[in-house]
Design a protein around this ligand. Structure first.
Ligand code: SF4
Length: 485
């Protein structure tokens, strides 16, 4: 017996894709297309602590019913049935209208009012205010995707069940909160079985045992009104939110490709392969978009596009002027008067120009500013120390007194290079035992490792310096920290 294919709904995630670029709707979910986001999605959610935050949020709204049906139809039927109750809390409620479909993290119905609560493993400090706006009064780009997400949910909910009044909240990790009990994180263990990830909550865990709340439900009705009452851009045309959503839903349902409008955003497109795909390799949405838009063949991509241009902010301008290939870029585009590096080395524009022209000073495929490098190295003091930290910053704290997303340093490695060129793995530190706070032992071990001489200390990245300077517990001067590697 053949089973019917699942309905082609415009879901939350597809709505968010369309906001980035509507052409992505055509590529998403198709196995033949490369999709980097698919590879990253699980690790991203894991790193952000999304699974655990979701489980913690449910404990703040206890007694809810989870919708666990496999099919869309089953999920919708169960939700409809639950909403017959005068008061109910539903986890993962399913709502559908006009080809749009959403799952709501937490839905609370009280009489004729419904609260939609979207849980995000995103940090929030009440000092920032519930405003979520930048200085010019617009919704901040940092928060906009989250606000658009909940706005889409309310839009679908209001279409599906228009008789209710809706209130919308973002449930965020409150950085001002401190855990008042030990071991909360350890109560939420992530389990992965095949493609399914779940969180196993330690038996007996309830909100009373979790102490001071670590999450905060921030009301966002005003922002949602603004987004739903605003406009979307579809094919260079501004249309109402409802019209835009309907156009995207129709295109996705019919599997129509919305014509690409290449932009600088294409540089980070998840459907972009590093090079033009060979026969048999996954297809590249990026290469197909650009081939269609500009009439390009495989050879046109070979020398690189302006999207590859290093550290250059004006890519939209170049694209608007039909400067598409690196080989199309001239010194004038880079505002470069003199292409030859001076005694101080190579400027950013010169570096960009050599990338475009491929003609590095002195020939060859690279340029090393030997004189400049020597001058810098003369300031180093041997032995040279190289330190590299491993840290964690989790949404749900490990122990009492810790804030959500507070950085905990638990491992370092320490290598030394002597004046005669010898390199040794001088020392290391690791404290990863459950329930043990590594902070002070970490700092003591690091201070001991770096206190024997006056050698220059190099760090792997800016992160090491940030960790050592974070207030207030870890602000203990270990040693003057030198350059980033
Ligand atoms: S390559 Fe550009 S135009 Fe094509 S889907 Fe990606 S972002 Fe959209």
């Amino acid at each position: 017996m053949s089973t019917a294919p699942p309905p082609r709904y415009l879901t939350k995630s597809r709505f968010k894709l369309a906001l980035e670029c509507p052409t992505k709707l055509f590529y998403t979910g198709k196995a033949e297309f490369h999709n980097r986001a698919q590879e990253d999605a699980f690790l991203h959610a894991l790193a952000e602590g999304g699974f655990q935050v979701g489980a913690l949020a449910r404990l703040m709204y206890p007694g809810g019913v989870e919708v666990i049906d496999d099919s869309h139809a089953g999920q919708l039927a169960t939700t409809r049935e639950l909403l017959q109750r005068p008061e109910v809390t539903v986890y993962e409620a399913a709502l559908e209208a006009q080809g749009l479909f959403v799952r709501v993290d937490i839905l609370r119905k009280r009489g004729d009012e419904i609260e939609l609560i979207e849980v995000k493993a995103k940090s929030y400090h009440p000092k920032e205010g519930p405003d979520f706006r930048c200085a010019r009064g617009q919704l901040s780009s940092d928060m906009l995707p989250y606000l658009q997400d909940i706005a889409f949910q309310r839009y679908v909910a209001a279409l599906a069940f228009p008789a209710f009044r809706y209130r919308c909240f973002l449930m965020l990790a409150d950085k001002s909160a401190k855990s008042s009990v030990d071991g909360i994180n350890q109560r939420f263990r992530i389990k992965r079985a095949g493609p399914r990830t779940s969180v196993e909550v330690a038996p007996g865990t309830d909100s009373a045992q979790l102490g001071a709340p670590l999450l905060r439900a921030v009301p966002v009705d005003e922002h949602v009104d603004e987004i739903v009452g605003g406009e979307l851009v579809v094919l260079d045309r501004s249309v109402s939110f409802g019209e835009g959503v309907a156009l995207w839903a129709a295109a996705y349902r019919a599997d129509d490709r919305i014509s690409p409008r290449p932009s600088s955003m294409c540089a980070s497109c998840e459907f972009k392969t590093p090079t033009f795909p060979e026969p048999g390799q996954p297809r590249s949405g990026f290469h197909e978009c650009w081939a269609e838009s500009f009439g390009w063949q495989a050879t046109d991509f070979a020398g690189g596009t302006v999207l590859d241009l290093w550290n250059y902010r004006n890519k939209p301008k170049l694209l608007a002027a039909s400067v598409l290939k690196l080989s199309d870029v001239t010194p004038t585009h880079l505002s470069l008067a003199d292409c030859a590096p001076g005694p101080a080395g190579m400027s950013r524009a010169q570096r960009q120009w050599f990338q475009c022209s491929g003609q590095w000073p002195g020939g060859g495929e690279q340029f090393v500013n030997t004189a400049g490098l020597r001058a810098v190295m003369c300031a180093w003091r041997y032995p040279l120390h190289f330190i590299d930290f491993e840290t964690s910053a989790v949404a749900i704290p490990f122990r009492r007194g810790q804030h959500p997303y507070e950085t905990i340093a638990f491992q370092f490695s320490h290598h030394v290079m002597h004046a005669d060129g010898r390199v040794e793995h001088k020392s290391q530190f690791l404290e990863a035992r459950p329930g043990v706070d590594p902070t002070l032992p970490f700092l003591r071990a690091l201070r001991a490792a770096l206190s024997d001489d006056e050698g220059t200390v190099f760090r792997w990245a800016a992160h090491e310096k940030t960790v050592l300077q974070q207030p207030p517990r870890v602000r203990i001067l270990v040693a003057p920290i030198g350059p980033e590697l």
